[in-house]
Design a protein around this ligand. Sequence first.
Ligand SMILES: NC(=O)C1=CN([C@@H]2O[C@H](COP(=O)(O)OP(=O)(O)OC[C@H]3O[C@@H](n4cnc5c(N)ncnc54)[C@H](OP(=O)(O)O)[C@@H]3O)[C@@H](O)[C@H]2O)C=CC1
Ligand SMILES: O=C(O)C1=N[C@H](C(=O)O)C[C@H](O)C1
Length: 256
Amino acid sequence: MINVGILGSTGRVGSLLIDDLELDQEANLSACHVVNKLKKSVPEGTVVTNDIRTLIDSCDVVIDFSAPAATQSLLEEVVENGGKPLVIATTGFNKHQQNLLIEASKIVPVLYATNMSLGIAVLNKLVSLASKALRDFDCEIVEQHHRYKVDSPSGTALTLAEHAARARDLDLDTVRVSGRDGVIGARTKDEIGVMSLRGGDIVGKHTVGLYNDGEFIELHHTATSRNTFSKGAIKAAKWLINQEAGLYSINDCLGL
Ligand SMILES: NC(=O)C1=CN([C@@H]2O[C@H](COP(=O)(O)OP(=O)(O)OC[C@H]3O[C@@H](n4cnc5c(N)ncnc54)[C@H](OP(=O)(O)O)[C@@H]3O)[C@@H](O)[C@H]2O)C=CC1
Ligand SMILES: O=C(O)C1=N[C@H](C(=O)O)C[C@H](O)C1
């Protein structure tokens, strides 16, 4: 049995992770990190703690669906005092937090995925292919999420945009446009639009469009259940515990 510790265990995805682990044959819940109180029951013997070190010491692998500040504490603890394999699903990191992820991956195996679904892993591949093959088409990405999402654009949309930019030898930070308002002039050739819509209970919808004169392609992915993410993260954890220290993607885990 693989003992899983959860960072973000009271969250929308974290609480589903608790349920999914209860049904899993190869992994079980051994520890939950909480800021205040756990709102649901967990198996007897589960360590419930507000201390990151205790979380790490009470599991074989940590799965993180939390917030950038929480992930930062986890990564700092691992860099300073060592740790366990980390499946990181949180989005919205700044440059410092991204660098910490790299530092931690020199010490333990780290799988970082802005989206734990198989569909998005395949979509990233399709976007690379289409963006390169359709070099003259305008690339625009639209993401839609629930009203409570705090980071924008979504981590998934940024990863899709990275794939589109890299396939065209472009630097995403230079070409990304994430808002248009006023008399801003015509669209430039290389820009990649990444736009966000927020409302209701949308689990996650991403559309990558490639537009030209006379034709366009739109690739859509819709997540209809958050269990897609929690189950994907458990699968990633099972794979990650057998890897050496290093930074891995969901594609490594899925063999894509
Ligand atoms: N990679 C993927 O496939 C997916 C990634 N995500 C990402 O996962 C993250 C969580 O999403 P979601 O579950 O919807 O978010 P929620 O806001 O529902 O949950 C966030 C969790 O993190 C905890 N938390 C927040 N701040 C801290 C802190 N400073 N220290 C410790 N714990 C903290 C919260 O605790 P408390 O309840 O006490 O506030 C809560 O348990 C987001 O970044 C989201 O974008 C989401 C879905 C899929
Ligand atoms: O916050 C969410 O809900 C989600 N966040 C991830 C992201 O930012 O891409 C993944 C998924 O789309 C849901």
